[in-house]
Design a protein around this ligand. Structure first.
Ligand code: F6P
Length: 374
């Protein structure tokens, strides 16, 4: 019987999503004789049965386009805002799947998507996922598509900031995305020759950072580039978070757990303008004029790099092959030159953070980059 598969993209967008949709679609339709339907705006489209027919026409010319032709959202099927209420919409998602007579559903997304996909697997659906995110923090895959393009954008930004920082003898702080993982700040920082790189995995001391900048100034280097991941934090902040997480785990009552959760949330809300405060602090403590550039969503927009197009095509076509062979319940992970189907229950809920002994970390240290560690 002809297989009919569904595809959706979920979570924050990134360059390479269209290349992945095209890879799955072309291989499934043209090479394996399957038919494909796309769901709009992530899991919301699946819940509300909003579809786009996916055929050769829709797939033509999208390889180089940024974003996703299917649209995306951060909606979770088990906790979806419907009107003014949050509801469990998994039964509606399951109904849509059966209504279309799907053989399988392909969910293209990041960490949250892996968890949502597993929830559908637990309802008996055949689901397979592809790893995308500019943060590169998906467990089990060497790399996720979107990362290489974002890395290039952030590196180019640092290159450009270098010349203006030099002319004005300023500190320029450049904030990259990455709440929990510092791959982007670390990679772009190394590639762009940043003088200081601050990432969430290595909490920093402001004294160490200011000493490094002062030492540069004494050597006649009157400018400094500080690459910071949005989730970077001081050692004191890291200790506060650790204590709150411990308290939440040990909480004796629901009320206590709720109180600690509210304090954790307040901490994160407060942390949003962390790089603004850091920039002011650096100016005050070093006496060197300082400026901040937040790269934000620029890192997620535009055409994918060649490496991301190849990776997304490789993973997308491998996904179609796995579907043809009846494999599901897995994420198609990139491993060296090949791919590995990893069980979703192994991937969901885990993150690939920067290990403190990662070769990129040692390379940064050995080229004199200050990582803020005492
Ligand atoms: O998709 C991951 C990510 O790019 C994070 O690095 C960033 O913190 C977040 O998305 C921003 O999300 P949004 O687009 O919802 O503001």
């Amino acid at each position: 019987m002809k297989k009919h598969i569904g595809v959706l993209t979920s979570g924050g967008d990134c360059p390479g999503l269209n290349a992945a949709i095209r890879g799955v679609g072309k291989a499934a339709i043209d090479e394996m004789g399957m038919s494909v339907v796309g769901f709009c705006d992530g899991f919301r489209g699946l819940v509300h049965d909003r579809v786009i027919r996916v055929s050769g026409d829709q797939l033509a010319g999208i390889l180089t386009d940024g974003g996703t032709i299917l649209g995306t959202s951060r909606d979770k099927p088990h906790k979806m805002l419907v009107g003014s209420k949050t509801e469990n919409m998994i039964p509606a998602a399951v109904d849509t799947y059966h209504h279309h007579g799907l053989s399988a559903l392909v969910c293209i997304g990041g960490g949250g998507t892996q968890k949502n996909a597993l929830r559908l697997v637990e309802q008996g659906l055949n689901v397979i996922t592809l790893p995308k995110t500019i943060d590169n923090d998906i467990y089990g895959t060497d790399v996720s598509f979107g990362f290489d393009t974002a890395l290039q954008i952030a590196t180019e930004a640092i290159d450009r900031l270098h010349s203006t920082a030099t002319s004005h003898h300023r500190i320029i702080v450049v904030e990259t995305m990455g709440h929990r993982a510092g791959w982007l700040a670390l990679g772009a920082g190394i590639a762009g020759g940043a003088d200081v790189i601050l990432i969430p995995e290595i909490p920093y001391s402001i004294d160490v950072v200011t000493d490094a900048i002062r030492a540069r100034a004494q050597r006649g280097r009157r400018f400094s580039i500080v690459a910071v991941a949005e989730g970077a934090m001081t050692r004191e902040e890291a200790e506060t978070i650790e204590a709150l997480v411990r308290q939440k785990k040990d909480a004796q009552s629901k009320r206590e757990r709720k109180e600690v959760s509210a304090r954790l949330q307040a901490f994160h809300e407060n942390h949003v303008d962390h790089t603004v405060k850091l920039t002011e602090q650096l100016e005050r403590l070093t006496g060197i004029e300082s400026r901040l550039t937040i790269l934000g969503h620029l890192q997620r927009g535009g055409t994918p790099s060649a490496a991301d197009r190849i990776l997304a095509t490789r993973l997308g076509t491998a996904c179609a092959e796995l579907l043809r062979d009846g494999v599901h319940g897995v994420m198609v992970a990139a491993r060296s030159e090949g791919v590995v189907p990893l069980p979703l229950d192994e991937v969901a809920g885990r993150k690939k953070l920067v290990p403190p002994d990662h070769p990129w970390v040692s390379a940064a240290r050995l080229t004199g980059v200050c990582l803020g560690e005492p």
